[in-house]
Design a protein. Structure first.
Length: 185
């Protein structure tokens, strides 16, 4: 079974992004995937900001990214920019640390005007870390999340994005397995 990492870049455990992360986690687990959720806000702040790879929690977080077949990155969008927590975590990775992994960006924000953060902020961040399989993500408007309930249209969009994501993850996994089975020439 493929290993999936869900990264939450939300600074708050009760944010709209946290609601989306919980929803995604539930859907992936129900589909039978091994899922680990990494809340960047729970990492030691000083070690995160000073890029202390010797800190056991930081080393474990980086290792989780490097082991994952697929990564869902969820971030709130502020003024058309992703969360600094997401950037701080990805800065810890080697230059090509996201190569060979399927990446699904998810973002929450107050207006459609912040949608540009997906294409002009998040995707270049992933590409800068070697990502070669970034899927079209989903942007969920804040008004579509009330309490811990996601509006049906947004929930459907998330489910559709996860369907694309899991198909891509399984394809990558199949290709790796097929390559390993080929005899050496």
């Amino acid at each position: 079974m493929s290993s999936i990492l869900v990264i939450s870049g939300s600074p708050s455990p009760t944010s709209r992004t946290a609601i989306v992360v919980s929803h995604v986690d539930d859907l992936l687990r129900a589909a039978g995937y091994e899922v680990r959720t990494l809340h960047v806000r729970q990492l030691p702040t000083l070690s995160l900001l000073t890029e202390d790879l010797h800190d056991p929690e930081i080393a474990d977080a980086v290792s989780a990214v490097l082991r994952a077949d697929g990564i869902v990155v969820a971030s709130p969008v502020y003024r058309a920019a992703y969360s600094g927590l997401v950037k701080a975590l990805l800065d810890l990775l080697p230059k090509k640390g996201l190569r060979g992994r399927v990446i699904l960006p998810l973002a929450t924000g107050g207006s459609q005007g912040f949608l540009v953060a997906m294409d002009y902020a998040l995707n270049p961040l992933f590409t800068g870390k070697g990502a070669d399989n970034v899927l079209r993500g989903e942007f969920i408007l804040d008004p579509d999340i009330v309490g811990d309930v996601i509006a049906p249209t947004s929930a459907d969009a998330i489910r559709t994005a996860l369907d694309r994501f899991t198909l891509a993850v399984e394809d990558i996994r199949f290709r790796r397995k097929r390559t390993q089975l080929r005899p050496a020439v």
